[in-house]
Design a protein around this ligand. Structure first.
Ligand code: UDX
Length: 433
């Protein structure tokens, strides 16, 4: 398409990244949102999402005149050649994706889209959505293309600009190829297929990743029971190129805005066509069990009962590099600790304000004061560099539960604390001192 006129509807981390990156590829992009305050801030170059490189890209796009922001979709699509739908598709009733925001936008723009303009679904949408949008639009002159995103929070810009693949699917192959051409400069392998297959790729990939993590977390549990070390086990597995080394770190469970939502949605979609996707349901169940196991491990570390125990939590975001608490396993473990009667003090470098059931502090050392145990729940790099000798002095007890295997066990041991990782042999100092 060369330099195309593009409208991106929705300025969440997917929409804003898509808009700013497409502008950086030379397209003329208008990003639209219903939130007037957000649009005004974005038009002034202010980005509220914690996404490395995004604010700079937005500023560059604005300065070059290739990126602009507007309120409301209808007035922003009349001369577009491509319209990206990037509005939220949250988990709705019984785990199915809630498409009301998508449908509302489609209704709003249906009469204004110019002939030949391509409508593109970017947010993760259930299989069949492209077809439903076509029916809803009622425009034979406006093709619909599914073009799922594979952006991780915290690395969205670099994921967009260095994609593993581009996937475009439509019943109108020429339209799919026009969408693929928007990314021509990225020189990524491109899968051109039908709409349903493109839509399913996203679920298939995310659910596979979730299953991989549930498998690793279960394997970590097995390592503990068998006296093996998950680090060596995953290292040995990861060299098999069919398995790969990525996504093999055990943790408190997988969370965030995508994996939980997408796994539930695919189970639901499978059920709607009479298929019991028990493999995936088991992975979801394993993810819940993992949180229970972590809470039990923390209870064990403080003598068996959490009632009245003082727990210092390091990390609440669902992963490092984001301030996102959506479906955060760290947050649910913390809430479970509080529900069991623990007194929880928490610190996260990206999260401030008030959260129910815990005291949130703005200094990692404060969580250690009088704590029976310190629990690492998010893999922030700064936790590696803490002064553990000082933390040990502030603590009442000696347990460090490291659910991310982030810390250096000998360093914890050296200051007289007991380190408990996940799937790894326990390291205790005082018992041997
Ligand atoms: C995910 C997909 O990776 C991305 O392709 C998709 O577009 C959106 O969903 P994101 O939600 O940003 O991205 O998080 P991701 O980095 O994939 O991590 C998901 C969860 O798995 C996090 O809770 C993370 O802590 C956990 N995780 C990841 C592990 O516990 N161990 C690992 O080795 C990797």
């Amino acid at each position: 398409m060369g330099s195309a006129r593009i409208t991106v509807i929705g300025t969440g981390y997917v929409g804003l990244t898509t808009g700013a990156c497409l502008a950086s590829l030379g397209h003329r992009v208008t990003c639209v949102d219903v939130d007037e305050v957000k649009v005004a801030r974005l038009a002034a170059g202010r980005v509220d999402i914690l996404e490395p490189g995004l604010e700079e890209l937005v500023s560059r796009g604005l300065a070059a005149g290739r990126l602009s922001f507007a309120v409301g979709s209808r007035g922003s699509v009349w001369n577009a050649q491509a319209v990206f739908l990037c509005v939220p598709t949250p988990m709705g009733a019984r785990g199915a994706a809630d498409l009301r925001a998508v449908e509302a936008v489609v209704d709003e723009i249906a009469g204004t889209l110019p002939p030949g303009c391509v409508v593109i679904t970017k947010s993760t949408v259930p299989v069949g959505t492209a077809q439903r949008i076509r029916d809803r639009l009622g425009r034979s002159d406006v093709p619909v293309v599914a073009n799922p995103e594979f952006l991780r929070e915290g690395t969205a810009v670099s994921d967009f600009l260095n994609p593993d693949r581009i996937v475009v699917g439509s019943d109108d192959e020429a339209a799919a190829r026009r969408v693929a051409a928007l990314y021509a400069d990225l020189a990524a392998p491109t899968v051109v297929t039908d709409a349903a297959s493109a839509e399913l790729v996203k679920y298939a990939a995310n659910c596979f990743l979730a299953m991989k993590l549930s498998y690793v977390n279960a394997m970590a549990e097995l390592c503990e029971r068998l006296g093996a070390d998950i680090l060596s086990v995953t290292e040995g597995m990861g060299y098999d190129h069919r398995i790969g080394r990525a996504f093999l770190k055990p943790g408190p469970g997988w969370g965030g805005s995508c994996l939980p939502k997408d796994t539930h949605a695919l189970v639901q979609v499978a059920e709607s066509v009479g298929f019991d996707f028990s493999l995936l349901s088991a992975a979801i169940g394993e993810n819940i069990a993992q949180r229970d196991r972590i809470v039990a491990k923390i209870a064990g570390a403080v003598g068996g009962s959490l009632a009245g125990a003082r727990i210092g939590v390091l990390g609440l975001a669902f992963k490092a590099g984001t301030n996102d608490l959506r479906d955060s396993p760290a947050l649910s473990v913390t809430s479970m600790l509080a529900a069991h009667g623990a007194e929880v003090t928490a610190y996260d470098p990206a999260i401030g304000g008030d959260l129910p059931g815990m005291r949130l502090v703005d200094d990692p050392y404060q969580v250690a004061k009088g704590a029976d145990a310190i629990v690492v729940l998010t893999e922030w790099d700064e936790f590696r560099r803490l002064d553990w000798s000082y933390l040990a002095d502030l603590m009442h007890g000696d347990a460090v539960v490291d659910t991310r295997n982030l810390l250096d066990p000998p360093a914890i041991l050296a200051v007289g604390l007991c380190w408990l990782g996940l799937g790894r042999p326990r390291v205790r100092a005082r018992a041997t001192a």
